[in-house]
Design a protein around this ligand. Structure first.
Ligand code: PRP
Ligand code: URA
Length: 206
């Protein structure tokens, strides 16, 4: 399906500040939250609507509501940094959680938690700031599909070409939305130029 780099001056501006090694965790979280809202605008652009009657103070008119339930699934930990921005735009969404960490040596993802809401035919939005090898996003989406989700979108802040290719090959039906496509992965599996370890920068753990 589609791979979209959301080209927006506000995203470029905020993301550049997030990349800066001297930015604080507090500022980093705030910019991530703001970018999540901007990206949600783009990711939800093609959602289906149902018509419904609305009585204004003047007359009856046609209004609209979202056709599908929305489920948002952050990949723990760093994905949590995108959650509140998405929820501010879609406050009725249900939330699933997938806990994965990447082994520092093998770069293989290890799952430690999974809880997905039982909505019928939802649009599922998986969020994780970093798409590096793609292993974490691929595993998370495989799990989500096992829970019945059919229509899935992925929001990432920064991706390496290697991760985009791997995710697209593993799950070609998933729409991918990114804030930026970076250059490559380094020998430790970090995105270059990237922003370092997203979880550590959000939570101040390093
Ligand atoms: C980071 C990031 C992604 C993953 C990306 O999480 O948030 O989930 O790495 O790498 P991949 O595409 O090569 O799988 P990490 O494993 O560091 O865990 P954390 O969010 O708990 O810090
Ligand atoms: N995970 C991160 O947090 N950063 C990277 O550059 C790669 C994986």
């Amino acid at each position: 399906m589609q791979i979209t780099v959301v080209e927006h001056p506000l995203i470029k501006h905020k993301l550049s500040k997030m990349r800066d090694i001297n930015s604080t965790s507090r500022d980093f979280r705030e910019w991530l939250d703001e970018i999540a809202m901007l990206m949600t605008y783009e990711v939800t652009r093609d959602l289906e609507l149902d018509e419904m009657p609305v009585q204004t103070p003047i007359c009856e008119t046609t209004g609209y509501k979202l056709h599908n339930n929305i489920v948002v699934v952050p990949i723990l930990r760093a994905g949590l940094g995108l959650l509140s921005g998405v929820l501010r735009m879609i406050p009725n969404a249900h939330v699933g959680h997938i806990g994965l960490y990447r082994d520092e040596k093998t770069l293989e993802p290890h799952e430690y938690y999974c809880k997905i809401p039982p909505d019928k035919d939802p649009i599922t939005i998986v969020v994780d700031p970093m798409l590096a090898t793609g292993g974490s996003a691929i595993d998370a989406i495989t799990q989500i599909k096992k829970h019945g989700a059919k229509r899935i979108k992925f929001i990432g802040l920064i991706a390496a070409p290697e991760g985009i290719k791997a995710l697209h090959e593993a799950h070609p039906d998933v729409d991918i939305y990114l804030g930026a496509q970076d250059d490559h992965l380094n020998e430790n599996g970090y995105i270059v130029p990237g922003l370092g370890d997203a979880g550590d920068r959000i939570y101040g753990t390093k």
